[in-house]
Design a protein around this ligand. Structure first.
Ligand code: ATP
Length: 326
């Protein structure tokens, strides 16, 4: 995404933050900071500790150890000076369901001490301008998601927490919400965004923290993470155009798989393999897929197989270096 000028300063600082629930160590010495104006993603498998982390920063949970500051203040105990600077959108956002979308937002704006113009701005920003007279009850799932976002934005907070804001949206609605999120970033707001949609994190985030087992296992821009993991590119060639043996013989081919009707060649030297493959197959038949954040994420969060598994007899495998997936 195009870099935008950022407001100077740091929005969030975490230093050695830990949290236990009984025996469960949900967070274990988490330290990082988020700059003002940054679009910051928090990624990780189920149970990694993302919600716990975000709730601690929001001031909804107390950490057991370490320190947290948001705009230089501690969010715990509940800090009312911070509340007006923070907007929170969750999967379970509460609505005044019997009101219209406009009445709902106007009410939320009034509770925050914001004016009607702010409510109007939030409604337009999320693309619900045409639905202001619809009752909240009558909105579709996607429209409710947008209203949840508008509700989090109505008081024009400096720092916005988004929890899977595009969950359950159709592809077109997702893309149009991406434009809204980019606009928020363009306004210089800081965004902390939790998601399992890695394509979305790659498209939107300046940096992402990948959390696994309560620890930060990686933190960088999506591009830098992809490069640092040296995840291979994939060349896809229809299986009726090239044999697995021919593919394996190409200089630079590291792994060859058959997926559906395609021979898939994984390589960190895509150009070299492409030139070689083009001598055997029409170039138009070759599709190239470069590595994505999802590839890097899967490598970073891969759980090693249990030790006992090594002692189990191994199942017969396909030819070395070749795997078949269906
Ligand atoms: N209130 C709680 N009491 C006990 N254990 C909890 C509580 N909340 C979370 N945990 C545990 O703490 C760990 C981290 O949970 P958390 O909800 O922070 O993970 P998460 O990354 O947000 O997961 P998900 O992606 O599934 O929402 C998990 O093992 C979870 O079972």
């Amino acid at each position: 995404m195009t870099p935008q000028p950022r407001p100077a300063g740091t929005a969030i600082v975490l230093d050695g933050v830990s949290k236990h629930y009984g025996e469960v160590r949900a967070l274990d010495g988490v330290s990082f900071s988020v700059a003002q104006g940054e679009f910051f993603g928090v990624l990780g498998p189920n149970g990694a500790g993302k919600t716990t982390l975000v709730e601690i920063v929001e001031g909804m949970r107390k950490a057991d150890g370490g320190t947290v500051t948001v705009f230089g203040m501690s969010p715990w105990p509940r800090n009312t000076a911070l509340l007006r600077r923070i907007g929170v959108q969750t999967q379970t956002s509460a609505f005044f369901t019997r009101l219209t979308a406009w009445e709902h937002l106007e009410t939320v704006a009034a509770l925050h001490g914001a004016d009607r113009d702010a409510a109007r701005h939030a409604l337009e920003l999320v693309g619900l301008g045409g639905k202001e007279r619809s009752r909240v009850d009558d909105l579709s799932g996607g429209q409710r998601q947008r209203l949840a976002l508008a509700t989090a934005l109505v008081h024009q907070p400096d720092l916005i927490f988004l929890d899977e804001p595009t969950a359950a949206l159709d592809p077109e609605a997702r893309r149009s919400l991406w434009a809204v999120l980019r606009e928020l970033r363009g306004e210089g707001r800081t965004i902390v965004y939790t998601t399992h949609y890695l394509d979305e994190a790659e498209a939107l985030c300046d940096r992402v923290a990948i959390i696994a087992g309560g620890k930060v296992v990686a933190l960088d821009s999506p591009g830098a993470l992809i490069r640092s993991m040296a995840a291979p590119a994939r060349l896809l060639i229809p299986a009726d155009r090239i044999t697995v043996e021919q593919a394996r013989a190409l200089d630079g081919a590291e792994r060859v798989l058959v997926e559906g009707g395609e021979v898939v060649i994984e390589t960190r030297h895509a150009n070299r393999v492409l030139v070689e493959a083009a001598a055997l197959v029409d170039m138009d038949a070759i599709q190239t897929r470069t590595a994505t954040l999802e590839d890097a994420y899967l490598r970073l969060t891969a759980t090693p197989p249990p030790a006992a598994a090594e002692e189990r007899p191994t199942a017969p495998t396909a030819a070395a270096g070749t795997e078949h997936r269906r």
